[in-house]
Design a protein around this ligand. Structure first.
Ligand SMILES: [Zn+2]
Length: 385
């Protein structure tokens, strides 16, 4: 069994999709009924092969029809195996109104940005917008949770790895950590402690000196002196902050270059400040959160070394499970999901941003736990960055 990587795409419910899913359900039920009828009446257990030639839907591609029949026989087979250890297990007997659809390689064509899924001669093909490479096989099923159809495109993992996943990294800009970068295997957290303490100091200084200036008479010699001091000291801290940001972003870009990353997907946080009120304390934090300048530095430094950057909306990226897409709110440093997935909470966002752009979940088994980069005065960088 080759290893598959799956890309999931949601499709809105349409009449065409309903008709196809119903045709598939009808075929599945027919197969099931005919099979059990032959068992009952003639005592014969038909093989999948003879059934395939018999059961065909006029609305589906011949290979898609075969695949539905194969699904029934696959569940029959797994029941017969299960029965050996668990005598109470039940065979597949339930009829289906709707059933998943499967397109095999021969029925899939990619033309420009459109994927054309053939439903056999005389039937309207299914057209899907597609910005990725051609999949090996496609399954389409109903997603109960989000009340829409979900298309699952399967790739052999080698083909995905070599063509696109490799070379794409996701970046999460944040308040606690200025940057977290994920490339599908490694997640790197850039430590922001020094940056935070500088910003806190900047605030304190501003407040302290402003207060002092207020006590002096406007235009007095002492007052003027103090204003000058304030400007001078603030400029110094500002430069220090700028310097740290430069060093961190340069380090990040040289790291990306070393890993041969071609595309950096940055989480878009521009709306956060405008739209939501987080309360007085958090608002202040957010207003000082300099993701704009960090992002800008990252973007132009990436451009210099030929890495393209783009923005991806950040919605739910810190909450969604990387393995099963369920949303959870992490309670402590660890992100945990009921499906068994565990990860350092700060690494979830960047991995999700990357997954969102690729339209595919990462291979969780390949992911290493995050490592950190701490700020040092002499962070080693590639000279080009
Ligand atoms: Zn999960």
């Amino acid at each position: 069994m080759p290893n598959y990587t799956v890309r999931k795409v949601k499709l809105e419910k349409t009449e065409q999709l309903d008709i196809l899913a119903r045709a598939s359900g009808k075929l599945y039920s027919q197969t099931l009924v005919s099979f059990w009828r032959t068992v009952r009446k003639k005592g014969i257990w038909m093989s999948g092969y003879s059934m395939e030639r018999w059961q065909i839907s006029p609305l589906l591609h011949a290979h898609s029809s075969d695949a539905v029949t194969q699904c029934f026989f696959a569940s029959l087979k797994s029941w017969r195996k299960r029965r050996k250890t668990d005598p109470s297990s039940k065979p597949p007997r339930r009829r289906r109104w709707f059933f998943k659809l499967i397109w095999k390689s021969a029925a899939i064509k990619l033309k420009g940005n459109k994927l054309r899924l053939s439903n056999g001669k005389g039937n309207e093909p299914l057209i899907v917008n597609w910005r990725w490479q051609k999949p090996k096989q496609i399954e389409l099923g109903w997603n109960k949770a989000s009340q829409c159809y979900e298309l699952r495109a399967c790739y052999t993992s080698e083909s995905v790895k070599s063509v696109e996943s490799n070379g794409v990294a996701g970046c999460d800009l944040g308040e606690i950590h200025p940057m977290v970068i994920a490339d599908g295997v490694n997640t790197t957290i850039f430590n922001g402690r020094l940056l935070r303490s500088k910003r806190r100091y900047q605030n304190k200084l501003k407040g302290k000196l402003s207060k002092l200036i207020d006590t002096k008479k406007r235009g007095s010699k002492r007052g003027k002196q103090l204003i000058k001091t304030k400007q001078k000291q603030l400029a110094k801290v500002k430069n220090q902050i700028k310097d740290i940001e430069h060093k961190l972003t340069s380090k990040a870009v040289s790291m990306l270059k070393e890993k041969n990353i071609q595309t950096l997907v940055i989480g878009d946080v521009r709306d956060i400040r405008k739209s939501i009120n987080y309360g007085k304390k958090n608002n202040q934090k957010l207003h000082q959160w300099n993701f704009g300048s960090t992002r800008h530095k990252l973007e132009y430094k990436c451009a210099r070394v030929g890495i393209s950057t783009l923005l991806e909306t950040e919605e739910y990226t810190s909450q969604e499970c990387l393995s099963c897409r369920k949303r959870n709110k992490p309670k402590n440093r660890n992100y945990r999901c009921s499906c068994g997935f565990k990860f350092h909470r700060d690494g979830v966002g960047s991995n999700n941003i990357r997954a969102k752009y690729l339209g595919a979940a990462p291979v969780v088994g390949l992911m290493a736990s995050p490592s950190g980069v701490r700020f040092q005065t002499h962070l080693q960088c590639n000279p080009v960055a």
